[in-house]
Design a protein around this ligand. Structure first.
Ligand code: URA
Length: 205
């Protein structure tokens, strides 16, 4: 446990000092914080979002704004405790005006996410939105299964053993579950019910 904490601390230190990131200057000029992740280092489920928004960059906590309130409802409805899961993003700094993360940013921050997966070794990786889905499915050798998120959401994909071995997993099954980003229910509350149903997949697993 101490070792996991230390490895996460190293990730934090490196991200804090990530001057090569195009988002570094924007973070420091605005007194924002990088958002590394939050939750149990022994979590069975890891949620991966896109990038921090304004509230997240102000507090350093993932999903603590409007999308976070939706996520909290979805977790509660599925009977999953927020403190028992691990929640993070691919990109650890806020992109200006909440624009989509660029391929360069995903490339720079992706390896930190890889290390977080290696440390926590979750059995279920739930991706929130198309960027997290694309990154994680590609990283875990499921690239050939990729389709637009409208066709992927709520489905369960088993990660091939070779991809797991590269991330230090030993003899266990890991599933990737692509989900819509909770912000779809911020923009249109009618989407909340279908999101709730999808989150129940996680409980069943
Ligand atoms: N949206 C995300 O993708 N991540 C957050 O942490 C907040 C909003």
């Amino acid at each position: 446990m101490e070792e996991k904490k230390e490895l996460m601390r190293q990730i934090k230190d490196e991200v804090v000092d990530l001057k090569k990131s195009p988002l570094y200057k924007y973070r420091t000029e605005n007194n924002y914080l990088p958002v590394i992740g939050e939750g149990s280092h022994n979590a069975k489920i890891m949620f991966i979002g896109e990038a921090p928004g304004r509230n997240e960059a102000k507090t350093g906590r993932p999903f603590c704004g409007a999308a976070g309130r939706v996520l909290d409802q979805l977790l509660e409805n599925a009977g999953i405790k927020r403190e028992e899961v691990y929640i993070t993003n691919i990109v650890k700094d806020r992109p200006p005006e909440n624009r989509d993360p660029s391929p360069e940013e995903i490339k720079i921050y992706g390896p930190f996410l890889d290390r977080q997966i290696e440390i926590i070794q979750p059995k279920i990786i739930a991706t929130l939105g198309r960027y997290a889905m694309g990154y994680v499915m590609t990283k875990l050798s499921l690239e050939d299964k990729l389709e637009p998120i409208g066709k992927m959401h709520g489905r369960v994909f088993a990660v091939p053993e070779e991809a797991l071995a590269k991330l230090g997993y030993k003899g266990c099954e890991v599933k990737v579950v692509p989900l819509y980003h909770p912000c779809v229910a911020v923009y249109n509350p009618h989407n909340l019910d279908s999101l709730k149903k999808e989150f129940e997949v996680l409980k069943d697993l």
